[in-house]
Design a protein around this ligand. Structure first.
Ligand SMILES: *Cc1c(COP(=O)(O)O)cnc(C)c1O
Length: 561
């Protein structure tokens, strides 16, 4: 508790997230959403912002991915030992689940920044002897189980998390809901508004005043919905909220966690300009702003680039805005730093797959969650054409990414990619590195030459991996969606796939056309111009699409406004 004491006075904002990527060994994340939450925490520590982060402990992790002999994903739990990284606090609260009291106890992890800032993270845990075996497992598996399991997790996160903060003595003025998973905390706030004699409207306004909500996906399945029958059975009523009021706030036919958050947050934002527009169309009548995502530069810069940045501007980690200065770096320094990063990736691919890539040939990387709308197979639409391009301008592809255990389409895509890998071998080397995680991501986003992204617009809310690549001088080659609509300057910061009014069905041929006509010829025939683009990418993208800028905007425009 000693360690906690130092944070109590200073903290006034609580950031709630189902997942958060704190470090590779802590399996409390699955992908982009958790990485973003982690970068928010790291930047909050850097900037000494008054935040506390609240998440689930996820003892069994999300998913350890193995690729079977037929190229299929095999799912395993991914356990880790929380006691190696965090300290258990001597404090518990109970939440009501299925009429039982379920005890929740937090672990404290402290994010420390090299400049001295520190931020507390509370990891909520129900694996306690006070709970029955079933309830002990609620905080085991991130995004695991069925709808009932998810609802229980969201009660622990939203209601349990809010009670824990109060019980520990935090005086929270703003609650930031990172995605709808923590929306139930609004019901807790509503139920505990002092003076039940205050008219309902006044109580709703007070809750709204305290809550801000960031929505992260235009994909329908990304918005949690629960049947009211299930809600009544698991959450119960009476205690928290009147069922009719809940229907007014969370949806007539089923409880939609996004709607609940929209109705009870004063500030709502999407994670890129185009995503905010899409969200306004999905939920007419709500004011939705945009705070475009960013990435934590010191976390994602390869050591070779960190050294280069340090050499010309000592404040780069704290003020990545100043990366514009990178345009002054000598070409040779940039290229050598890149080749160092590339050798690390080549070594990691060899270790994981036995495939030996050639560090003189361009590496095109595609790595992210494997799911339908991300279209990881788009580049394999015409294998003969791909072979032909490879004969003129030899290249190599590295891939990685997990499919959610219940995402059948994503799993089919992984198997399909492995079929293409066999069809293209040995002519065109394509390596799929299993179990893509934060550690592999750092190697991928710095060691590739080209970062490929081919989502189906407008379904990529933001995307952040391209930002990580850009600040390592890896050139983006992507469909214009999410953040890339803002970061793209053709032939300067990278290249677009499918400009203007091109249909999504034409993206595959656009991609191959530009690969053959522009990207690969530039790599082989005009290296000085390629390196010039690497510098443009670092200076123009790194200086803006970073999480210091993002958190300064959340601070001034969202938390304080
Ligand atoms: C950055 C990151 C992501 C997000 O990738 P997108 O291309 O933005 O979807 C996913 N997983 C890991 C491990 C990451 O580091």
């Amino acid at each position: 508790m000693d360690t906690l004491q130092q944070f109590l006075r200073h903290t006034s904002i609580a950031y709630f997230s189902m997942e958060i990527a704190l470090r590779p060994e802590m399996r409390t994340y699955s992908g982009g959403l958790g990485i973003l939450a982690g970068d928010c925490a790291r930047s909050s520590a850097d900037l000494d912002l008054p935040l506390v982060f609240v998440t689930l402990v996820s003892h069994e992790g999300y998913l350890r991915q193995e690729i079977g002999s037929a190229g299929e994903q095999v799912d395993h739990p991914d356990p880790w030992r929380v006691e190696d990284w965090a300290a258990q606090l001597d404090f518990m609260v109970a939440v009501d689940i299925e009429g039982r009291s379920v005890w929740v106890r937090p672990w404290l992890y402290v994010v420390s920044c090299p400049l001295g800032g520190r931020i507390p993270v509370l990891l909520l845990d129900t694996r306690l002897e006070q709970n029955c075996p079933e309830d002990r497992s609620i905080t085991d598996r991130l995004y695991g189980g069925d709808a009932a399991y998810r609802l229980k997790q969201e009660i622990v996160l939203g209601v349990g998390g809010a009670r824990i903060l109060e019980g520990l003595g935090f005086e929270i003025k703003k609650y930031h809901l990172n995605e709808g998973h923590a929306s139930l905390l609004t019901l807790h706030l509503l139920a505990t508004q002092t003076g039940m004699d205050v008219p309902l409207q006044g109580r709703l306004d007070k809750v709204r005043e305290a809550c801000v909500f960031t929505t992260h996906t235009p994909v329908e399945a990304g918005h949690d919905r629960f049947s009211y029958g299930e809600v009544a059975r698991i959450l119960g009523h009476g205690g928290l909220i009147d069922p009719d009021l809940l229907k007014q706030l969370g949806g007539k036919d089923e409880l939609n966690m996004t709607l609940l958050a929209l109705n009870l947050s004063r500030h709502v934002n999407g994670v890129a300009e185009v995503h905010a527009e899409t969200t306004r169309l999905m939920f007419p009548g709500y004011q939705v702003g945009a705070v475009t995502n960013g990435v934590h530069v010191p976390t994602w810069a390869h050591p070779s680039f960190a050294e280069l940045f340090q050499g010309i501007l000592s404040s780069w980690a704290h003020q990545p805005e100043r990366l514009t200065r990178c345009e002054q770096l000598p070409d040779e320094a940039i290229w050598n730093a890149h080749q160092r990063a590339k050798r690390d990736l080549v070594a990691a691919v060899a270790k994981a797959t036995g495939q030996m890539l050639d560090e003189e040939r361009p590496i095109i990387a595609f790595a992210r969650r494997m799911t339908g709308y991300k279209r990881p197979h788009l580049i394999f639409t015409d294998l003969d054409r791909l072979r032909e391009i490879n004969r003129r301008y030899p290249f190599q592809i590295v891939m990685g990414g997990k499919a959610h255990p219940r995402d059948q389409e994503g799993k089919v895509l992984i198997a399909e990619i492995h079929r293409h890998i066999r069809e293209l071998a040995p002519e065109l080397p394509v390596a799929f590195v299993p179990n893509y995680d934060m550690e592999l991501a750092r190697l991928f986003v710095s060691g590739a030459d080209v970062w490929l992204n081919t989502p189906m617009p407008p379904l990529e809310a933001s995307g952040t991996s391209g930002m990580k690549a850009a600040l390592n001088g890896v050139l983006n080659f992507s469909v214009l969606d999410g953040w890339w609509s803002e970061g793209w300057v053709e032939g300067v910061t990278g290249w677009a796939i499918g400009e203007g009014d091109r249909l999504a069905t034409e993206h595959a041929s656009d991609c191959l056309d530009k690969l053959e006509g522009t990207v690969l010829p530039l790599f082989y025939e005009n290296r000085p111009r390629w390196i010039w683009m690497m510098k443009q990418s670092i200076s123009k993208i790194g200086s803006y699409f970073n999480s210091q800028r993002m958190m300064r905007r959340y601070g001034s425009e969202v938390y304080l406004s």
